[in-house]
Write a protein that binds this ligand. Structure first.
Ligand SMILES: NC(=O)C[C@H](N)C(=O)O
Length: 324
């Protein structure tokens, strides 16, 4: 019989609606007490590690979660399920994907409707996640996200709707599997995973979004001792308005690594344009183009790489490479 560890961290999946219709955290996690469909076929261990709405989750908390999972892997666990608030679920999932060894299935799930709401999706998603974690086909697939009958990779999944249960999508590449009758079926191979172990996380890694007419004001605000790295969500294929460039150049002159992704929902940042602020010129300035990650994922990757002590060409190679 397989032993699966369920780690609960909070989020809507463990909340309830009160008599005023407000969704609030519970002192006791209702999902942890539910009967799960595979009871009798698996040995389920429960750890109520945190009880936090996911906007309260920080990289330091992600690191604690990673350490908890690592301990369980060392003790021979067969699979791990994590329940998590959906707002930052993709960031925690990718943090774990980058920092854990790819040895046992690790599956994150959550809910868009709290535990006592009509049509609540929490228990359903939780059961799916358990069956995915207990499936032999789930080995070697990196950290997975299971929501609404779909299986996504941590690397590319993103929350796309504020309230709809069909919110988690993988733009450009699509999900790698589906769940039917609580059984996982995979139809895409995962591209190679990368592991970058860390024992601490640094501060001072920021994310800014470009927009029409953005100037250097926000970039100049980062010209200080605290700044260790920056991700810019550029326009289109990865372009930035010219007025912002002098302030960006100043950050580069201070040897602050700057990663460029696209603010577009689909597609990857590319070197297409050779005008002032175009991707080709930004790369010549020294920005690192990161293909395929959204801004929040690229920030996690840069944070992990810098926390690991990566610099120069090694940092460049690790951060720029997401799709090969
Ligand atoms: N659906 C959810 O879980 C959203 C909630 N605000 C959270 O992330 O904790």
């Amino acid at each position: 019989m397989k032993t699966i560890l369920a780690i609960h961290t909070g989020g809507t999946i463990s909340m309830s609606q009160n008599e005023n219709g407000e969704v609030v955290p519970n002192s006791e996690n209702p999902i942890a007490k539910e009967q799960v469909i595979l009871k009798g076929q698996i040995n389920l261990i429960t750890d109520n590690l945190f009880n936090l709405p996911s906007p309260h989750i920080t990289p330091q908390i992600m690191l604690k979660l990673k350490q908890r999972i690592l301990k369980a892997i060392t003790h021979g666990i067969d699979g791990v399920v994590i329940t998590h608030g959906t707002d930052t679920l993709e960031e925690t999932a990718y943090f774990l994907d980058l920092t854990l060894p790819n040895t046992v299935p690790v599956v994150l799930t959550g809910a868009m409707r709290s535990s006592n709401e009509v049509g609540s999706d929490g228990l359903y998603n939780f059961q799916n996640a358990i069956s995915i974690a207990a499936t032999p086909e789930s080995y070697g697939k990196g950290v997975l996200v299971a929501m609404n009958d779909e299986i996504h990779t941590a690397r590319f999944v993103t929350k796309t709707h504020t309230t709809n249960v069909d919110t988690f999508r993988t733009p450009t590449f699509g999900p790698i599997g589906i769940v039917t009758q609580h059984k996982a079926k995979y139809f895409q191979e995962l591209i190679q995973t990368e592991v970058c172990d860390i024992d601490h996380v640094i501060e001072g890694v920021y994310l800014l979004k470009a927009y029409a007419g953005v100037n250097g004001d926000l970039f100049s605000a980062l010209d200080n001792e605290k700044t260790r790295g920056l991700v810019i969500e550029g326009l289109g294929a990865g372009n930035v308005p010219p007025q912002a460039l002098p302030a960006i150049q100043k950050l580069l002159d201070r040897h602050i690594p700057i990663v460029l992704v696209s603010r577009c929902y689909n597609g990857v940042a590319q070197k297409i344009y050779d005008y002032v602020g175009g991707g080709i010129q930004l790369e010549k300035m020294g920005l690192i183009l990161c293909q395929g990650l959204n801004g929040q994922k690229a920030r996690i990757k840069l944070l992990v790489a810098l926390s690991n002590g990566k610099k120069g060409a090694q940092l460049h190679e690790f951060v720029s490479n997401a799709i090969s």
